[in-house]
Write a protein that binds this ligand. Structure first.
Ligand code: IMP
Ligand code: MG
Length: 186
């Protein structure tokens, strides 16, 4: 039964709203980002640090488009409960991989208030990487609360809660191949 089935969610109607990015468009954006990153990184070794759970699908697609000198590590940052954020609850688990002297690419699904990436970047920098750059699939600049440096962005999105391609609402809809607005009944 698909996650979008209202019976499974116990609510109706289906909260999948307007589709903002079809899978084809997402694939093209990931291709472009990989090309730009590859161009900049050259033949240096890279550690791609994916932020779980939201960046799981994006990071997997990006990793497979980067040349053979990329290793994968993960960090977990959970702050969302449903469609609300509580940055003070952010839990960060830094990977076991030694990042010292390494070129690190932090990969997340979306930069919203910026608090998650700001804290993750600070945490990763304590490991003294040779470089730290950040790539996100989506940027929601209208919601920014703290200044954060993001080197690569797939798409800019309006101030709407979005789901799909790894992004969830209360754990649901990460499996959608496209990105849509969440459309909850009033
Ligand atoms: P920030 O700390 O406010 O920038 O929030 C970043 C995190 O919140 C992301 O890594 C996402 O996991 C989550 N998030 C922010 N906006 C959305 C959204 O529209 N849909 C789903 N998750 C979101
Ligand atoms: Mg996240």
């Amino acid at each position: 039964m698909p996650a979008s089935d209202p019976a499974m969610l116990g609510r109706a109607p289906d909260p999948i709203g307007e589709v903002l990015f079809e899978n084809r468009k997402i694939e093209a954006a990931v291709d472009r980002l990989a090309r730009e990153i590859e161009h900049q990184v050259g033949d240096r070794e890279l550690i791609l640090v994916a932020v779980l759970d939201g960046a799981l699908i994006f990071a997997a697609d990006l990793l497979r488009r980067l040349p053979g000198r990329t290793r994968l590590a993960t960090v977990r940052a959970s702050s969302y409960r449903g469609a609300r954020t509580a940055p003070e609850d952010l839990e960060i688990h830094i990977p076991d991989v030694d990042l010292t002297g390494q070129h690190v690419l932090l990969v997340d699904d979306i930069v919203d208030t910026g608090r998650t990436l700001q804290q993750l970047q600070a945490a990763l920098l304590t490991h003294r990487p040779a470089s730290l750059q950040t790539c996100v699939l989506l940027d929601k600049p209208s919601r920014r609360e703290v200044a954060v440096t993001v080197d690569w962005v797939g798409f800019t999105v309006p101030d709407r809660f979005v789901i799909g391609y790894g992004l969830d609402w209360d754990g649901w809809f990460r499996d959608l191949p496209y990105i849509a607005a969440l459309d909850l009944p009033a």
